[in-house]
Design a protein around this ligand. Sequence first.
Ligand SMILES: *[C@@H]1O[C@H](CO)[C@@H](O)[C@H](O)[C@H]1NC(C)=O
Length: 153
Amino acid sequence: MFASLFLITLSLMPFSFLMATGELTETTGANGIVEVHVISARGLKGVDKSGTSDPFVRLKVGKDHSKTKHIKKSLDPQWNETFKFKVTEAPVGLELDVKDHNTLSSSIALGSFHANLWDILKVQPGQSAETEQWFPISPPGSGEIQIRLVFSP
Ligand SMILES: *[C@@H]1O[C@H](CO)[C@@H](O)[C@H](O)[C@H]1NC(C)=O
């Protein structure tokens, strides 16, 4: 009963590739390099006393990770930073965790976007591909993040 309700809810989601349970879809891609351009975000939550945040993004692609610099006091930050990752044709987890930077204490989660990279970036073996999109940050109401993905075989 609950399981079937859950499945119906999932199938109604506009972004059918969102990983509700942390599990990847089975979509495959191609071997190569993916550049992740973390462009900007908008409508982030303000968690600091000033009502703003100092947002940065922790990225994970497959098993590799990296992070952007933090932007001070902004709910609509522009990072304009690029990261390169080696990827394989197997399903690749793309995780973007938006966090509020704190100098003296640990960072605070502002929300995240998780997907199988190959559900966003459609590739053909031997060919390059590119997409630039806004994605909703979960939980709902946490804003959106804009990224460009460039695949090179
Ligand atoms: C980010 O890139 C956009 C487009 O190239 C540019 O308009 C903007 O000024 C850049 N922002 C920063 C903070 O570098």
